[in-house]
Write a protein that binds this ligand. Sequence first.
Ligand code: ZN
Length: 247
Amino acid sequence: MARRPRNRHLVAGAAALVALGLTGVTVTVARHDDSPAPSAVAIDAEERAEAAARADRATRPSPSATTTSPTPAPTTASPSPSPSPSASARTKPRATRKATAAPKPTRSATSKPKAAWVNPMPGAAVTSCYGPRWGVLHAGIDLALPAGTPVRAVAAGTVTKAGDAGDGYGTSVVVDHGNGYLTHYAHLSQATVAVGAKVDAGKTIGREGSTGDSTGPHLHFEVHEGSMWNQIDPAPFMRARGVDLGC
Ligand SMILES: [Zn+2]
């Protein structure tokens, strides 16, 4: 009673195809590519190129379109500072509180105004900019100084990754700035912050090194837009925030 084993084969075949299709889709996030790829990597070269292309496409519209106002205006300074000096001056006792209520931001007690955005490793030489390299997208900027140089958070935020995930980036730190952008600092010799830490702009988060797929001490710096792994060109992004990374 050979009951059409064929059908079964067909079904099995279809299932296999579906499975293949599914696994084919698994997103291997564009890993880092600082070193000439070892043999095995050839397999996911296509995936990488795809991811790169995606990231690249995503890049174009954003930097020019979105940039303008990174710094939140401290206060909506509506109350006019100009008028009636006389009124407040004279009526010291009672009126003072009302008259002076609005202006002072009080918290600015510290002497120098801190920059909202800073260079992650000032004085470094740029060894590679963002862009196509070796057939794939180099999704960040490489900055070089001797190993051990402090690496700083470019802006305030919360640490969402710190350590080596075995993804080629070596020991790396990710800071979520809470404004839709994350920054990623890779190949560190050491992370000096832990996940969950709140950092200010300029806070040391690690030390430069050469961990992961890296051929020498450098900081690989990335900016991710919207979510992790949507890397954009850090140069225009940072320039729009007053920091020239040299690319
Ligand atoms: Zn790099």
